[in-house]
Structure formats: C-alpha cells, structure tokens
Ligand binder design. Structure first.
Ligand SMILES: *[C@@H]1O[C@H](CO)[C@@H](O)[C@H](O)[C@H]1NC(C)=O
Ligand SMILES: *[C@@H]1O[C@H](CO)[C@@H](O)[C@H](O)[C@H]1NC(C)=O
Length: 385
C-alpha cells in the first residue's frame, strides 16, 4: 500500500529527480533518434542482398570489422562499376552476401592488389544506397561504408567517444588490412557523419596522417547549438514538444554530454596540417534539417586562426573577396594557403538534407581531393588515341 509523502519531501524528491530525468531524457531522446531516424528507412534483414538496391551481384560485399574496444561493426565494400565490369568473370565465382572473411573475397583482392586503388570512407547520416550508386556507377574509386555501434547489425551502444572509435576502426582497416595509404583515402561525412569525420580527421592529423581529402556534406557546428537553436522537429522529432519551453531546451543544452564540436576540430585539423589538406564543405541551400549557414561557422573555424581575423565583420569582408557567386542561391568560397592547403565551401541551390549526396558538387569534391581532374581528361585523351 502506498504511504502518502509529506509535501516538503515530495518537493525535494523532485529537485533531485528532475535534473536526472532530464539527463536521461537527453540521452535516450536526443542522441539515439539522431542516428535512428536517419537509418530507419531500411530493413536490416535485407542488407545482405545489395541487389535489392540495384547493385550488380557481388559489386557490394557486406562484412564485419572489429573496433579496438571489441565491438563488431557491419560494413559494405562497394566496388566502382567500371572495375566490376573489367572483372565480371572472376567476381561471378564469389559467394554472394555477407563475407565471413572479407580478405578472402575477389572484390577485396581487386581493392588491395591495385597500387592505384582509391577509397572513399563514407560516414553516413542516413544510409541511402542511391548515393552509393552516384558515387560508384562511373567512378574509379571504391566506397566503404560502416554502421556505427548500436545500429543495424553492429553491436554496442552509441556515444561520441565510441562512434569516433568506430570511425578510427574503419580507417585502420583501410590502411592496414586493405593496405591503402592515407593519401589514397577520402573521408566523406554527411549530417551526423560530418561530426564524426571532423573528429577522426583531427585525431589522425595529430599523428601526422594526412588524407587525400575531407568532405563534409550538410554539416553543423556543434550538437548543443543544433539541439537548442535549430530544426528540433526535423532531426529530433521527439524533442519537438520542448520547443514551447525554451528554458527547458537551454537546460538540455547544458546537459548535453556528447558535444560534437566540429568547429574546434576543424581548427585543429588545419593547425596540424604539415603538407597537404583538401577540406570541402558542401551544403544545399534548401536543406530543411540543418541550415546551410552552419557551414559558414565551420569554414570560419577552419581558417580564421591561420588568417588571423577574429572580428566577424572583417572576416566576412575578407571571405567575400574569395567568394564566387553563382546566382542568388549558390556560391563557392575558397581559401588556399601554404604549404598545400585548400579549404572550400560550396553552397548549392538544391539537394535538401539527403539528396545532395548524389549531386555533382559532392562527386566533384571527391574528384578534386584525389586530384582526379587531370587524370580523367588524360584517360579520355588516351582512349581517343
Ligand atoms: C569589427 O570590425 C568592425 C569594422 O572594422 C568594427 O566596426 C567593429 O567594432 C569590430 N567589432 C568588434 C567586436 O571588435
Ligand atoms: C596528364 O598528362 C600530362 C602530360 O602527358 C602529365 O604531365 C600529367 O602529369 C598528367 N596528369 C595526371 C593527373 O596524370
């Protein structure tokens, strides 16, 4: 039988319990939907049959990779279609579906044995096979995408630290198992994936590792800002009711344990660069979830320390001199610096939050990172000859 509590005691219980409740509300509501909403469009049981999304048989090899702290992540290796065609005969003999030992597959052999293999490590917000098509249908590079811990077929529980560990595990797999040196790897992130890529690129830059490129699509400056100032109902539908109480949102913002401060991380990445950096920010003007202006913050964070302008007005003037406008809804700002650093921000009129992944600016950013522009035209010339 319930004993009625003294009103004073009841109040003090709430004083203690309310912040704790808020804290757990944040953990369960904010962090998890950020991942889950993005990937819930697919049925996981189908993922071992990539043909369902129009890939050629054995163009995609699903496999598992292990993190340094013992989680197993579910990954896809997607071959570029032109390479697939050249090797259709030998690939046909591979057993389709999940590979228990990916290193024994024909597709892995083709990746590893080619001294010119280039790989895009894709850190998604949403798994959208259509964007993998756009990246591999006519390209010369492979794509490897991974599911973060706690989602899909991957084990574990997501946290900022854990997911960064996941991204590092993919980089380690590509460099050590597949033997692809960092100068032939591009890190590509979308939405939440931009925060993961910023973190992992900075982490490796501290060790002097420089990738062919870092491409961030539909990025944001930090999670707390996203949570309290922006499209709560879009990316965080469960938080939408909180919009009526701004003080609650502020409180939540202070409770955010996972900060995802990409601004700080991009600043660190540029500071640590010794030789070469290609950092590309791509955002659609009509992104309904994350406003394109978030990329202004990322661009500024990346370059302002080196440029030495912290005053916003002065920085905007400096940036305007390096900006080419392509109509009212599109522009490209470029900063080039010694030794061989290029930071490029592109705002494109269309593409929303997700479709932009299959649009030209993203493919072009990858090609620029790999310095493939000259190579492509040379190839065309050779073909003509
Ligand atoms: C920034 O620079 C502008 C123009 O040079 C100046 O008017 C403004 O006071 C400065 N703002 C700050 C916060 O220093
Ligand atoms: C393209 O060809 C020219 C001349 O044959 C060569 O100098 C250049 O390095 C090539 N570019 C690439 C990216 O292979």
């Amino acid at each position: 039988m319930a004993v009625p509590l003294h009103p004073a005691l009841r109040t003090s219980i709430w004083v203690v319990a309310a912040p704790l409740a808020l804290y757990s509300v944040f953990i369960s509501l904010a962090m998890i939907p950020f991942f889950q909403r993005q990937i819930s469009t697919l049925r996981w049981t189908d993922l071992n049959k990539p043909e369902q999304w129009g890939f050629a048989t054995n163009q995609v090899t699903p496999f598992g990779l292990t993190t340094s702290d013992g989680e197993t992540l579910y990954a896809w290796h997607i071959m570029p279609l032109p390479l697939y065609l050249e090797n259709e005969g030998s690939l046909a003999k591979q057993k389709p579906g999940y590979a228990d030992d990916v290193t024994a597959t024909e597709s892995f052999r083709l990746l590893k044995e080619d001294p010119n293999s280039r790989v895009v490590l894709y850190f998604h917000g949403a798994i959208r096979p259509s964007s993998y098509h756009a990246l591999t249908d006519t390209s010369s590079y492979h794509v490897v995408a991974v599911d973060y811990r706690g989602y899909g077929h991957s084990t574990g529980v997501p946290s900022e630290e854990g997911v960064i560990e996941d991204a590092s595990a993919l980089v380690e797999w590509a460099t050590t198992v597949a033997g692809i040196p960092p100068e032939r790897l591009v890190l590509l992130g979308q939405s939440l994936g931009t925060a993961i890529v910023s973190a992992v690129a900075e982490r490796y830059s501290e060790k002097g590792v420089e990738f062919a490129g870092v491409v961030l699509v539909a990025g944001f400056s930090d999670l707390a800002t996203m949570l309290s100032e922006y499209r709560i109902g879009g990316l965080f539908p469960v938080l939408a009711p909180f919009r009526a109480w701004p003080f609650l949102l502020k409180l939540l913002r202070r409770c955010v344990v996972d900060k995802w401060r990409s601004t700080d991380r991009l600043g660190g990445l540029v500071r640590n660069t010794r030789n070469r950096l290609r950092l590309s920010l791509v955002h659609a003007k009509d992104d309904p979830d994350i406003p394109w202006s978030e990329d202004n913050k990322l661009f500024k964070a990346a370059v302002s320390e080196s440029v030495g302008i912290s005053n916003d007005t002065e920085f905007d003037e400096w940036k305007e001199e390096r900006t080419v406008h392509q109509g009212a809804d599109a522009f490209v700002s470029t900063w080039k610096s010694e030794p061989d650093i290029v930071v490029r921000q592109e705002v494109f009129p269309y593409g929303g939050h997700n479709n932009i992944m299959g649009y030209a600016p993203v493919s072009a950013a990858i090609m620029r990172s790999f310095d493939l522009l000259g190579a492509v035209s040379n190839q065309t010339i050779h073909t003509l000859i």
